[in-house]
Design a protein around this ligand. Structure first.
Ligand SMILES: NC(=O)c1ccc[n+]([C@@H]2O[C@H](COP(=O)([O-])OP(=O)(O)OC[C@H]3O[C@@H](n4cnc5c(N)ncnc54)[C@H](OP(=O)(O)O)[C@@H]3O)[C@@H](O)[C@H]2O)c1
Length: 147
């Protein structure tokens, strides 16, 4: 074993699952978080865009010493990464959901887990992702064109 206790958020599939599978053989206590079942680790069913989802994680960690928090979860707007994607046509609900999962949730999770991270001699926080899909969100003042 190389690691003590690690939390991987967004571990049911994709990048988070790949990272969790990589860490599992070398981690004493691997806690995985997602809404649908994660096939590895000690799985917590939680929607991290809701505060009670974050509380479930802190409750599970309890008085343990947390060596690393890896936030690999993410969601995107409808039609993201397709030619049908348009920032202007995204619903407000879509944008709110994406910001809640990709930006607000990791902030809440880090804050809630700080006491457990402070118990580790060498704690790490890794947050992987980007708040919104859209490069169209960023405008240059001079050209007023998206890039
Ligand atoms: N894949 C790539 O090539 C790539 C490249 C660059 C950056 N990224 C970034 O990496 C991150 C993950 O990407 P991915 O491709 O692995 O995505 P993915 O396959 O869709 O997996 C997303 C993970 O996040 C979890 N999740 C989503 N909403 C959640 C919520 N409300 N509460 C808790 N867990 C939630 C999902 O679990 P449940 O649905 O079961 O809750 C799932 O485990 C994203 O931020 C993305 O921007 C990915």
């Amino acid at each position: 074993m190389e690691f003590g206790t690690i939390v991987v958020a967004g571990a049911s599939r994709g990048m988070g699952l790949a990272v969790a599978e990589h860490l599992q053989p070398r981690t004493k206590r691997l806690v995985t978080v997602s809404r649908t079942q994660a096939p590895v680790g000690e799985w917590i069913a939680a929607d991290l865009s809701e505060l009670n989802g974050v509380e479930k994680v802190t409750h599970t960690i309890g008085s343990d010493r947390l060596d690393a928090l890896l936030y690999m979860g993410g969601t995107w707007e409808t039609h993201a990464f397709t030619s049908r994607y348009s920032f202007e046509n995204c619903s407000d609900a879509d944008i709110t959901k994406v910001i809640a999962v990709n930006l607000v949730a990791p902030i809440h999770l880090v804050k809630a887990l700080l006491p457990a991270l402070r118990r580790s001699d060498n704690p790490k926080i890794i947050i992987y992702g980007f708040p919104l899909r859209s490069r169209q969100l960023f405008w240059t003042r001079s050209s007023q064109q998206s890039f």
